[in-house]
Design a protein around this ligand. Structure first.
Ligand SMILES: [Cu+2]
Length: 163
C-alpha cells in the first residue's frame, strides 16, 4: 500500500487543481441548492466515519425528505467502491455512515434526489485519507503537535528501533 502513496499524492494534486468545485446535473438549476459535507472524525483516517451532509436551498432553508446516494471511489483501480443511501434527516442534515477502507485519495460523489419529484443533482468531493487507522494509538495524540520543536517527521521510536 505504501508504495503507491507518492503516486497517489501526485494524482491528488492533479485532481485538486483540475477538478475542484461542484458538478451539477442538468435536472436542477446548479445554484438552486447547496450541499456541504462535514466528516467525523477528523483528521481523516482508515476506518469508519460519518459524513454529515447538509442540504439547503440557495436561500439557506434546510431541505428534508431527499434521498442521498453516496458513492465513494478511490483514485486508483482495483478498489470496491463504497455505496450508501440515506433518507433520514433532521433540519436538512443527513448522517451517512461511511467507511474509508484504505488510505489515499478518495472521490465521493453525492447525489441528492429531491422530494416531490423535484429532480436530482450531484456534487463531488475529494478527500485524502491517512493510511493509519483512526483506532491506532499513534493517532490518539492528535498528531499535529510538532510545532514546538519545529522538527518534521522526527522518528520518536529511534531508540526502540535500534534493538
Ligand atoms: Cu485503494
Amino acid at each position: 500500500m505504501k508504495r503507491h502513496m507518492t503516486l497517489l499524492f501526485m494524482l491528488l494534486l492533479l485532481f485538486t487543481s483540475a477538478a475542484c468545485g461542484p458538478q451539477a446535473a442538468p435536472t436542477v438549476a446548479p445554484d438552486a441548492f447547496q450541499m456541504h459535507v462535514q466528516v467525523d472524525p477528523e483528521p481523516l483516517a482508515v476506518g469508519d466515519a460519518t459524513l454529515i451532509v447538509t442540504l439547503q436551498t440557495a436561500a439557506g432553508e434546510p431541505v428534508d425528505g431527499a434521498t442521498l446516494k453516496v458513492h465513494g471511489d478511490m483514485d486508483h483501480e482495483g478498489m470496491m467502491p463504497v455505496d450508501r443511501e440515506v433518507s433520514d434527516s433532521a433540519n436538512g442534515a443527513y448522517r451517512v455512515p461511511f467507511n474509508w477502507s484504505m488510505g489515499g485519495g478518495w472521490i465521493v460523489t453525492i447525489t441528492a434526489v429531491l422530494p416531490d419529484n423535484g429532480g436530482e443533482f450531484s456534487q463531488t468531493f475529494e478527500y485524502f485519507v491517512d493510511a493509519v487507522s483512526n483506532e491506532s494509538i499513534i493517532n490518539q495524540s492528535g498528531g499535529m503537535n510538532m510545532g514546538d520543536t519545529g522538527a518534521e517527521m522526527t522518528p520518536e521510536s529511534t531508540a526502540e528501533a535500534g534493538q
